[in-house]
Design a protein around this ligand. Structure first.
Ligand SMILES: Nc1ncnc2c1ncn2[C@@H]1O[C@H](COP(=O)(O)OP(=O)(O)OP(=O)(O)O)[C@@H](O)[C@H]1O
Ligand SMILES: [Mg+2]
Length: 314
């Protein structure tokens, strides 16, 4: 992906997955690349169409939840590009879990029953539903790995006020409920997810991507309970299967470990899984829209025209 020079550009940041341009300090242009990251490391090979899948899914989900909570998105000028409001990030990730999976399961399996100050009931198996969804926040570290944090500490450290915390939890539970409904209509279970919020003046906005394979886990609803009863694995539709493959090949992002070789075939498999989730969740065929840099730039410039305020430079 080219580095663009956009009008009134005041900043550029290359995230692990997205290229983020700041325009006039209050707008962001985010280009979702085909880069894939796991354990906070960018894997060596791009995954075809991943950027388009993520960007379009996120846009779909942001639009389908905007009655619950204001969000940053204003326009999707190209399949892999979103333009929207720049927020001041609240430095926690709101992780919502409907099932005992992933990090929560690993904690539980080690014998602990408390995660981020939340008590998990006894007698659960991996991937079982919690009686009701729980929120297990993590710090959004400027550098390094994110860490679990309890609500109490979020408040005592003054990361947000109590009022804001209540707002964040209400938004997160309501968004998760909607996400589960949307998934369930398509025969999927939204297992867990994370939301990021930010502020514009005193208002809280939902930002970043939501309900995508990079930010969420999904299971197939059909046969879920039977598989649980038989102690079988649940097929994974999210990035989790890439993490599992990395772990099986001795890579967890730790010092001294190296990323295993990724064959053409494996890259195609990953790409296919992203597309599969898109089609399942939206219920429409995925149409790849290959676009060269020039066309992407033109679309961005065109869209920005509508949002740039004249006479307001830098
Ligand atoms: N509306 C917004 N305002 C400000 N920041 C945002 C907004 N939406 C998303 N972001 C931030 O932009 C970045 C998007 O980049 P990307 O998805 O590549 O990052 P990441 O891999 O999740 O995290 P990192 O920033 O650690 O690389 C994230 O840091 C996200 O928190
Ligand atoms: Mg991200």
């Amino acid at each position: 992906m080219a580095d663009f020079q956009l009008p009134q550009q005041t900043g550029f940041y290359r995230g692990k997955v997205r290229d983020v341009y700041t325009i006039q300090n209050d707008l962001l242009v985010m280009i979702a690349s085909d880069r894939i990251s796991a354990f906070d490391v960018i894997l060596p090979r791009p995954v075809p169409f991943k950027g388009q899948v993520l960007n379009q899914l996120a846009a779909y989900m942001l639009n389908a939840t905007k009655d619950i909570c204001p969000n940053w998105l204003m326009d999707v000028p190209a399949p892999q590009v979103s333009i929207g409001k720049r927020c001041i990030p609240i430095r926690i990730e709101m992780v919502v879990r409907g099932n005992l999976s992933g990090h929560a399961w690993r904690t539980y399996a080690s014998g602990q029953r408390e995660l981020c100050g939340v008590t998990m009931p006894n007698g659960l198996k991996e991937n079982d539903f919690f009686p009701t969804p729980i929120i297990t926040p993590s710090t959004k570290a400027e550098q390094g790995h994110d860490e679990d944090i309890a609500a109490e500490e979020i408040l005592s450290r003054g990361i947000v006020s109590e009022r804001e915390w209540n707002r964040l939890t209400t938004y997160s539970f309501d968004l998760f409920k909607r996400g589960k409904e949307l998934a369930s209509k398509r025969g999927l279970i939204l297992v867990d997810t994370k939301y990021e919020f930010g502020k514009i003046e005193n208002d809280i906005y939902l930002m970043d991507e939501i309900h995508t394979p990079d930010s969420s886990r999904f299971f197939y609803a059909e046969g879920f309970q039977e598989r649980q009863n038989r102690n079988e694995k649940q097929p994974q539709l999210s990035k989790e299967f890439v993490r599992e493959w990395l772990i099986a090949n001795n890579f967890m992002g730790k010092k001294g470990q190296s990323v295993p070789e990724m064959s053409d075939e494996w890259i195609q498999t990953i790409s296919g899984r992203y597309i599969e989730l898109y089609e399942k969740l939206i219920g429409e065929r995925f149409r790849p829209v290959p676009m060269d840099n020039k066309e992407i730039e033109e679309r961005i410039l065109n869209s920005l025209q509508h949002f740039l305020s004249p006479g307001k430079s830098k």
